[in-house]
Structure formats: C-alpha cells, structure tokens
Design a protein around this ligand. Sequence first.
Ligand code: HEM
Length: 160
Amino acid sequence: MATARLCVLVVVLSATAAEDFTLKYKPSTKPVRLFTEEELERYDGSVEGHPIYMAVKGVVFDVTKGKEFYGKGAAYNALVGKDSTRAVAKMSLDPADLTSDTTGLTDEQLESLDSIFEETYKTKYPIVGYTASRILTGDGSPDAAFTPEDQPHFQIKDEF
Ligand code: HEM
C-alpha cells in the first residue's frame, strides 16, 4: 500500500516537472530570422509600401514607421537595407561608414552607438531578426571566433 502511494506521488511529481519543462522550453512561435546581406538589401525603402529594415550591431529592426527618416529620398535612406553600425556610431552618412565594421571606433563613438541602439532602435522599432554575418562565417558555418559573452558592445542576453 505504502509503495503504491509512493508511486502515485512520484508520478504526480514527474508530471509537474514535465509540465514545467514544456512551459519553460516551449519553442518560440516566432522563429529568429537570419538575414544575408542580399536579403537585407531588399528592404532598402526603394519600393513604396514595402517594409524598410535596417541593422544596427547585427540586430535587424523594422524601421518602416520611421519612413519620414528612412524612406526613398529621405535624409537617412542611405542607412537602410544594410547594417549601418559604423555610420550610427560616427553619426556619418559617408558611404565608407555604411558597414557593420566597428574597427578603430573611439570609446566615445562606441558609447554613442550603444545609447542610440538602446534608446532609439530598441525602444522604437520591432526586431525582425539578425544578420547572418553576426553569427556565421562566409560559408554558413558557425563563427568559432564569435563568443557572445566576449562581445563588450553586444548585450546578447537581452536580444535573443
Ligand atoms: C546637420 C546634421 C543633422 C541634424 C540637424 C539632424 C537632426 C536630427 C533630428 C532633429 C532627429 C530627430 C527627429 C525626430 O525624432 O523627430 C534626428 C534623428 C536621427 N538622426 Fe540626425 N541629424 C543630423 C545628422 C545626422 C547624421 C549625419 C546621421 C548619420 C547617421 C544622423 C542619424 C540620425 C538617426 C539614425 C536618427 C534617428 C531616427 C529615428 O528615430 O529612427 N543624423 N536627426
């Protein structure tokens, strides 16, 4: 009898644990989308009525609601359809700065980048995915050199 009771208890406990696991690890209904450079280019604001996307620090934002800044012929149209991290950090529209490359940026520029990333992009625009080059190498395999915890200017935990 005692054994039977114990068994019931064990079954109930494992059922609860399984439920917890399912709730915690339920796959997201919105899978993360990875954008290649070519895919991101399609969202450059050139087609009226189409969504406009822009990446900052490898995070792709839907900036369509900022059409007055980013749409065709608008002041910041050069920034969209690509990762413009460097341009945002330097507040520059120089074509040479329209890249994700942060090499040689000053501490001040990196701080400015982080605050615009947090206060403008993350608060104002929905995240629609990530650039493939942030995570993968050119041939599509995982970039062994990419370790989220070692990226001082990425706050991976908040973004994924
Ligand atoms: C004379 C130079 C500039 C002036 C007077 C200016 C002015 C402004 C103003 C007033 C806003 C805020 C608009 C609003 O929230 O309604 C803004 C936003 C912005 N500016 Fe500039 N800007 C200048 C140059 C630049 C340059 C060179 C860049 C290059 C990256 C830049 C990038 C941005 C970005 C990314 C935003 C945020 C747009 C958003 O909210 O999505 N600006 N600028």
